[in-house]
Design a protein around this ligand. Structure first.
Ligand code: PLP
Length: 392
């Protein structure tokens, strides 16, 4: 039965599995950097591209290939290429196609390192970058009027969980001649399928929900076969942001439980968001699955769930926010997310600390803003922990 015709949960457990001669149950870990050839003729044919085979793990590795194929099936993409981290995926997706004189238009609300690449690094190489309010289609139209090589967005965004209309931006991007890249980390492949909205390239930090248990870094790029052949393949082969086979093995096993975990993360997150809405000391609760979210309708159309992150603003600014964080007994303080363990971040002093205060204000990040990555604990224990910390 072709796996592409099976349902996502089956693909997550079975996709990409290629068994060795030993017929092992679990995916094998091929911890090898190189491969051997039976003859110089075979080596020559491999290097000429006459035969497809493993040559060197910077190019490809059987364990990494199992991870790539499993994620590819889930995403419904033609090609998946794994990378050593999410940032390696973002950087390669952009740099494999950009050159001096190009323009990039991106949403303003970006993960810190993505912001660094787009706003600081690209201009050093003669690539103009323009940041817009991702929720404002008129702003996209205006910024894209001059044409662009790439459009880059993250939706939902970090940490304010803004939703960008992927179909509408895809149309504007394509009219401007741009390649549309989406960072789908916050939505996860379970909740949002960007390719179905006309997006060209999807990138992931597999470090987050795909591992989901805080063990390894990893990333992935999903794209068309043509993009892989014409843009990405040589860039990756020769710059070397390859995923380690060991980390790929952790991630391919992570995919087996991704559906189960994301479902529970979302259930806990919605429950917690509803519990926090209107609670004394909490000024605002942002969660795409709540009716109070400014783009609740768009979130419903575009996503199959509200996601795993809840962002709140506590009253009393930084002092109260720090008192709250210090009083938490169960939930850990961490800049990571998408973990089995619930994690909280104070964006203004950590992930978004590098931004000027005006930029933070433009993004809506207040001194009292706290991002909660809702884990897999019993949600009643999470509520109890938060309730006692709010009283502190
Ligand atoms: C974590 C993250 C990244 C970067 O991924 P790494 O695996 O840490 O390199 C990029 N984008 C988003 C939205 C993220 O959350």
């Amino acid at each position: 039965m072709p796996l592409s015709q099976l349902r996502p949960q089956t693909q997550l457990v079975r996709g990409g599995l290629t068994r060795s001669a030993f017929e092992e149950t679990s995916e094998a870990l091929y911890l090898t950097s190189g491969y051997v050839y039976p003859s110089p003729e075979a080596a020559e044919a491999a290097f000429k591209g006459e035969i497809e085979r493993y040559q060197y793990s910077r190019y490809a590795n059987p364990t990494v290939a199992m991870f790539e194929e499993r994620l590819r099936l889930l995403e419904g993409a033609q090609v998946c290429q794994a990378t050593a981290s999410g940032m390696a995926a973002v950087f390669a997706a952009l740099m494999c196609q950009l050159k001096a004189g190009d323009r990039v238009v991106a949403s303003r609300a970006l993960f810190g390192s993505c912001h660094y690449i787009i706003a600081e690094l690209l201009p050093r190489y003669g690539i103009e970058s323009v940041l817009v309010d991702g929720t404002d289609l008129a702003a996209w139209k205006a910024a894209l009027a001059k044409g662009a090589a790439c459009v880059f967005v993250e939706t939902p965004s970090n940490p304010m969980l803004e939703i960008i209309d992927l179909a509408a931006v895809a149309e504007l991007a394509h009219r401007a001649g741009a390649c549309f890249i989406v960072d789908n980390v916050f939505a996860t492949p379970m909740l949002q399928r960007p390719l179905e909205f006309g997006v060209d390239v999807v990138v992931y930090s597999a470090t987050k929900h795909i591992d989901g248990q805080g063990r390894t870094l990893g990333g992935a790029i999903l794209c068309s076969a043509a993009f892989m052949k014409d843009r990405l393949r040589n860039f990756l082969r020769h710059t070397g942001p390859s995923l380690s086979p060991f980390n790929a093995w952790v991630l391919v096993k992570g995919l087996e439980t991704l559906g189960l975990r994301v479902e529970r993360h979302c259930r806990n997150a919605l429950d917690l968001a509803q519990y926090l809405e209107g609670k004394p000391g909490v000024r605002r609760v942002i969660y795409p699955g709540l009716e109070s979210h400014p783009q609740a309708g768009l979130a419903r159309r575009q996503m199959q769930g509200g996601g795993t992150i809840v962002t709140i603003e506590v009253e009393g600014g930084k002092a109260r926010a720090f008192r709250f964080l210090n009083a938490l007994g169960l939930i850990d303080i961490s800049n990571n997310l998408g973990d089995a363990k619930s994690l909280v971040t104070h964006p203004a002093t950590t992930t978004h600390q590098r931004l000027p205060a005006e930029e933070r204000a433009a993004l809506g990040i207040a001194e009292g803003t706290i991002r909660i990555s809702v884990g897999l604990e019993d949600v009643e224990d999470l509520k109890d922990d938060i309730a006692q910390a709010l009283k502190a």
